[in-house]
Design a protein. Structure first.
Length: 66
């Protein structure tokens, strides 16, 4: 995985979390709804990698956890 990218896609989320691709899209929609409610512009089918990692792993990043 290339962690230098600003956004993460459903296939990457599915692989990372061991979930189905349709469920990964459901997570993306939920996270994008949260970001949109905070006034951020979102892109369908993608979510901010930083926001995804904060919501899944908490305040720490994967590098700190690993």
């Amino acid at each position: 995985m290339n962690n230098n990218k600003l956004f993460i896609k459903a296939d990457e989320i599915a692989a990372e979390l061991g979930i189905s691709k349709p469920y990964a899209y459901k997570l993306i929609r939920k996270l994008n709804e949260e970001l949109s409610a905070k006034g951020f512009i979102t892109i369908s089918g993608r979510v901010s990698r930083k926001y995804f990692e904060e919501k899944i792993y908490g305040e720490t990043t994967r590098k700190e956890v690993g």
